[in-house]
Ligand binder design. Structure first.
Ligand code: PEP
Length: 252
C-alpha cells in the first residue's frame, strides 16, 4: 500500500537558529500523536544535519531541496547526493518549478540528479506541473506526462519504487490560488495511469502522489480526501508549526 505523506518545503527561508526552532516546534507538536501519514521536513542544505539531530526520526524524516548533477569534485558551491545522505536526510526534492525556471534545470539534468540521488540511497520527491498558460491552452496533461517520461522513465521498476511524485501546478505555488479538489484528482489519476502504462498497475498503485500549491489548513482535508491524492508538498504553511500540524491533522 502506498504511503500518505505531508512534506514541508521551507525553500530559502530561516536562519539556522530559526530553522532549528521550527523543527523543534513541529517535533513537539507531533509528540504523543498517532500519525496517519509520514512527515518530512524539506530544509535548506545548511539545516539538514542539525535538524536531523533534534527531531524524532520515528516521526519525522528530513529532505534536501536539491542536489548536484555530479558525483563529486571541482564544482564550487554544489552539494552532492552523497553529502545530503551523510547528514541523515533520507529524501531530496527534485524538479521543483522554481529550480526549473530560475536555475534552468532541464529534464536531462533532472534525470541525472534523480539517478545520483537513488544511487546514494535517497528517495526522491519529484515535482511536476504546468504553468498557467499551459493550463489555459489545455495542454497540461501533455506537459506533465512529458516531465515524468523525460526524467524518470529510464528507471527500473525497482528504482521507481523510491520515487514520490508531487503534482504542483505552477499557477498555484505561493499564489494562494489552489487547484480545486476536482482539478487535483483529475491530474493525479492521470499521473497514476501514466505510471501504470509504463510500470504496471501494482507499481502505480504503490506510488505516492502529493499535491502542492497553496495547500493549507483550510483546504487540505478536501484535497487529501481524493482517492489519488496521497498528501501534500507544503510551502508557505510549512513555515508555521501550527499550520503545518493542522495540514498533517487533515489525515485524522
Ligand atoms: C511548493 O513550493 O512546493 C509549494 C507548494 O508552495 P506553497 O505551498 O507556498 O504554494
Amino acid at each position: 500500500m502506498r504511503k500518505n505523506i505531508v512534506a514541508g518545503n521551507w525553500k530559502m527561508n530561516k536562519t539556522l537558529d530559526e530553522g532549528l526552532a521550527l523543527a523543534k516546534d513541529v517535533n513537539e507538536l507531533l509528540k504523543g500523536t498517532d500519525l496517519k501519514c509520514d512527515v518530512i521536513l524539506g530544509t535548506p542544505f545548511i539545516h539538514l544535519a542539525s535538524v536531523a539531530k533534534v527531531v524524532d526520526p520515528s516521526k519525522i524524516a528530513i529532505s534536501a531541496q536539491n542536489c548536484a548533477d555530479k558525483e563529486a569534485g571541482a564544482y564550487t558551491g554544489e552539494v552532492s547526493a552523497a553529502m545530503v545522505k551523510s547528514t541523515g536526510a533520507s529524501y531530496v526534492i527534485l524538479g521543483h518549478s522554481e529550480r526549473r525556471a530560475y536555475y534552468h534545470e532541464t529534464p536531462e539534468i533532472l534525470k541525472t540528479k534523480v539517478q545520483l540521488a537513488l544511487k546514494n540511497g535517497l528517495k526522491v520527491i519529484f515535482c511536476v506541473g504546468e504553468v498557467l498558460e499551459e493550463r489555459e491552452q489545455g495542454v497540461y496533461f501533455d506537459v506533465v506526462k512529458a516531465q515524468i517520461e523525460s526524467s524518470l522513465f529510464e528507471l527500473t521498476a525497482d528504482e521507481f519504487a523510491h520515487i514520490v511524485l508531487a503534482y504542483e501546478p505552477v499557477w498555484a505555488i505561493g499564489t494562494g490560488k489552489t487547484a480545486t479538489p476536482a482539478q487535483a484528482q483529475e491530474m493525479h489519476a492521470f499521473i497514476r495511469k501514466t505510471v501504470a502504462d509504463k510500470y504496471g498497475a501494482e507499481v502505480a498503485d504503490n506510488t505516492t502522489i502529493l499535491y502542492g500549491g497553496s495547500a493549507n489548513p483550510g483546504n487540505a482535508k478536501e484535497l487529501f480526501a481524493n482517492p489519488d491524492v496521497d498528501g501534500g508538498l507544503i510551502g508557505g504553511a510549512s513555515l508555521k508549526p501550527n499550520d503545518f500540524k493542522a495540514v498533517i491533522d487533515a489525515f485524522n
